[in-house]
Design a protein around this ligand. Sequence first.
Ligand code: COA
Length: 538
Amino acid sequence: MSIIESRIDVGAEEYRQNFEKMSSLVADLKDALKQAREERSDKARQRVAEVGKLPVRERLDLLLDRNTPFLEIGALAAKDMYDGKVHGAGSVIGIGVVEGREVIVNANDPMIKGGTIYPLGVKKSLRAQKIAMENRLPTIYLIDSGGAFLPMQSEIFPDEDDGGRIFYNQAVMSKMGIPQIAAVMGLCTAGGAYIPAMSDEVVHVRGTGAIFLGGPPLVLAATGEEVTADELGGADVHCRESGVSDYFADDDPHAIAIVRELVRNLPAADKTRLSMREPRPPRYDPTEIYGIVSRDLKTPYDVREIIARIVDDSAFTEFKALYGATLVCGFAHIHGHPVGILGNNGILFSDSALKATQFIQLCDRRRIPLVFLQNINGYIIGREYERLGITKDGHKMVNAVSTATVPKFTVMTGASFGAGNYGMCGRAYGPRFLWTWPNAEIGVMGGEQAADVLVTVKNDQLARAGSPPMSAEEVDAIKAPIVEAAHKESNAYYSTANLWDDGIIDPAQTRNVLGLSISAALNAPIRDDVAGFGIFRM
Ligand code: COA
């Protein structure tokens, strides 16, 4: 493999300014993550302590093997939404290692509105289940939830991808043979009762854990019967009488010790074996990515400089290096795993789209996972390019991305606009994981362009009616709100708050995050047995 030779001048003023900008974005990200982890009311902290429960992060510390990484999913979900305090949408979800086995953990946070489920909490749980199903990861639920956040019940209850889907998925996962272990560490009320009920094994904490279809307030209102939560659905009831729960735990640490034992008892993971290489660090410092990525999205940089700081030994076999220059494709290794990388180096043209299509086919046939480094303003437009068939060549790339069945991983490293988002494996194209850098912007098009489109449409209408075009003030009145909305809604934080990605990451950590993502993906077969693509329009 050839070693990428970096041409970056780390002493240049441009580099320094870029570095400063990205450093401040990463500092903001770290602050946001810290706030999401730590900001809880004193009242909620006291309540959890007085009933003898552990905070969610302490539960995770006990559950996960020491000194192993935790790949958190949706850490900033629901950021600045609801009352601004529903951090992580009320739960902590991530891939971690328990007894040497990669698992996905879905833990309610009882210090956020009693662990109740908001609309984005449902979406996050469904995302966790999708990850579990695609990557065949055993799932551990640490349940401590007041159930539906009742003021928003209509938004989480009835539709296909609402709360009911969680239990539906549990049944499907069970059928797929994906182990599910539930620890009842707080309330599991109403629909929430089905999370343990639909799991393979249930650990139940005495005193604090309770499972019931209707809680004490509802029972009192409906039947007049006065009963405590423990009498209604505590560990004694369910471990000794109903048989709903399987293992009796004295407290949180005991429950977690039992869960670890249950994971130890699972059959060994049947991980896909790829042609691994001895992992090697890149030859260049990954933190230098800060100085390479332009502080202005419109200023291009060479994506090979990023690849050189992500892949093992900075070694890269470039595919069709002299053709379709605006897309760099090639083979490399990340933490020893073979990967095929596609990285944008400008707008996508017909040749770059065709090159991508061939490269994706190659990787799919050879069972090589695909990594997309997405920094794209879209496919080229204009009369000349339409005549050359950019739409049909773009279609080939989108078709190949859609139907390749090897694991795909996407990192939004800058712009993500228009059909470029699709061709470069945006969320709708089924990447196993999608990570975003803090400088990224995502949208149909930039705000200015969207506003200009609408101004043109309006002026065309006026011209058809024989009226003069809009005045400068009228143009401003149309443009300002569009530009403002686009600015807010294309921001990486807006994207992550809505769970359009799996999280915003420090660019210097991209290699490690991808390594963990690929490792998790290998718990499932590498690709469908039936190879093939759709019909390519020629
Ligand atoms: N919907 C909306 N808010 C809820 C809620 C629900 N289902 N359950 C609890 N909350 C809110 C409380 O109003 C409180 O809000 P505040 O901090 O702004 O005052 C917060 O969550 C914590 O509740 P609190 O009762 O003070 O905490 P706790 O730790 O003593 O008990 C529960 C937590 C979840 C055990 C308890 O609140 C409860 O039993 N809730 C009702 C559960 C239920 O019947 N749900 C049915 C849904 S299908």
